[in-house]
Design a protein around this ligand. Structure first.
Ligand code: HEM
Length: 217
């Protein structure tokens, strides 16, 4: 089970009334971590995996080039946005998919909208994935961890853009040690945020749709 809600700031006319969710409701978890030195990359273009269909979000999929396949632990869907995840030792594999040709994002450990959330935002353009490890600097603003003095801890990103839907898979550490990444604790409740843009390949465009939920990872 799950508790969540979505809101189309610009109405998503192609996704009326679709809400199907599963996961567990618990309480928010926020863990302060230690500061690390700046390094890593603000953003990067990575190869796509075109054969990955949008429908594969809740199916086993390769989480990294040449890596073994992932069986998703669980997933959530709100109004066409789908998120699937799987814990793998000290890593979290994630697949996010939304009805847009623009950006798709997820945030973990939200303290309300984007505030304090560990955000991963990406888009597919000209056959390549651009993806960034961000932090919610306020309820309605976010910046890359790197620009704040942290590190970009997103790995193994690949994605596709097909049929008006963008799907991006990636891996993050459960606890990167970056102060701009709250720890993700398996078995505990996590306040997540989900959003997608209207079509621009951008890290700064406001969302066409945004939603919130409590999940258990
Ligand atoms: C530069 C990009 C962004 C801007 C300018 C922006 C701006 C805003 C604004 C103005 C609101 C309040 C809107 C309202 O209540 O009508 C809002 C709400 C929200 N935003 Fe963003 N946002 C951005 C990116 C993101 C991203 C990347 C996420 C998720 C990863 C996100 C998640 C949310 C959520 C969950 C809400 C609350 C929605 C609700 O109450 O149902 N936003 N944002």
């Amino acid at each position: 089970m799950v508790k969540g809600s979505g809101q189309g700031i610009i109405p998503a006319d192609e996704t009326p009334g679709r809400t199907a969710m599963k996961a567990s409701i618990l309480v928010d978890t926020f863990v302060a971590l230690t500061l690390s030195t700046a390094c890593g990359q603000a953003e990067s273009a990575r190869p796509t995996k075109p054969e990955q269909a949008a429908e594969a979000a809740a199916e086993p999929a390769a989480a990294a080039q040449g890596a073994s396949s992932v069986t998703w632990d669980d997933s959530i869907e709100q109004e066409g946005y789908r998120l699937s995840w799987a814990v793998d030792d000290d890593l979290l594999h994630v697949s996010m998919s939304a009805p847009t040709t623009g950006w798709v994002a997820v945030g973990f450990n939200s303290a309300g909208a984007m505030k304090d959330a560990q955000i991963v935002i990406g888009y597919v353009s000209a056959g390549a994935v651009s993806i960034r490890d961000d932090f919610g600097t306020a309820f309605t603003s976010h910046a890359s961890d790197v620009s704040l003095g942290g590190t970009d801890d997103v790995a193994n990103a690949f994605g596709s853009e097909a049929g008006g839907r963008t799907t991006i898979d990636f891996t993050i550490p459960l606890a990167s040690g970056d102060e701009y990444d709250g720890a993700i604790v398996p078995g505990s409740s996590c306040s997540i945020i989900m959003a997608n843009g209207s079509g621009s390949d951008s890290f700064t465009e406001i969302h066409q749709w945004a939603g919130v939920a409590e999940i258990e990872i």
